[in-house]
Write a protein that binds this ligand. Sequence first.
Ligand code: SF4
Length: 225
Amino acid sequence: MRVDILRQQSPESAPYWETFEYDGPMDNSVAGVLDYINYHDDVVNADGKPSIRVGWDCSCMQGVCGACAMVINGTPALACETLIRGLKAVELRPLRKFPVIRDLLVDRASIHENLMRTNMYIGEYQPSTENDHAHQYAAAKCLKCGLCLEVCPNYVNGHTFYGAAFANDCYLVASRNRAKAKEIGAVYAAHFGRDCSKSLSCVDVCPMKIPTLASMAKLNRNKAR
Ligand code: SF4
């Protein structure tokens, strides 16, 4: 199977395409394919020329950490959860909304920096009510993988719109810290509510199927009280 990878050796260098031939088992994931390519000491590309190992990020390899988020055949997805069975070719690119460190490895620090910048986690938390349990559990599954930001028409790295990962954490904190709910409402409006155009592609692409629209509705309802 042909594997095309958009490579980049450093943040400063120019990207280029390199093709590899994958002849391993087809009951594998894209993460498994990358492991296979990198496994040998002598990495060779599809032209038989010596190459170097492909840079990419992984940790759990079971869809729980979000580290292996990338663009696979044009669709943002987790490499460990994307199976290659039935595919004739695979094209891999790094996420486009974040600076490339090397190859498929990107710097997603801005997701956490944006969350920390709002200081919203600081304060006392009350026990959650039974009504909130189900949605709190769903929102807390966010991996901070960045796939929702990749497809978001409004998210630009370094700008003031922080995207779905931020909105879900706003709901989580506001639902457990009633004294801060108003303050969080203002932060949410400034960094999400005002600029979200409700394309909701973030919901379609989220590997944890987080119902971000419901988080938005619950935060808006708090604001209306
Ligand atoms: S909301 Fe979903 S897609 Fe976005 S960072 Fe969290 S887990 Fe990833």
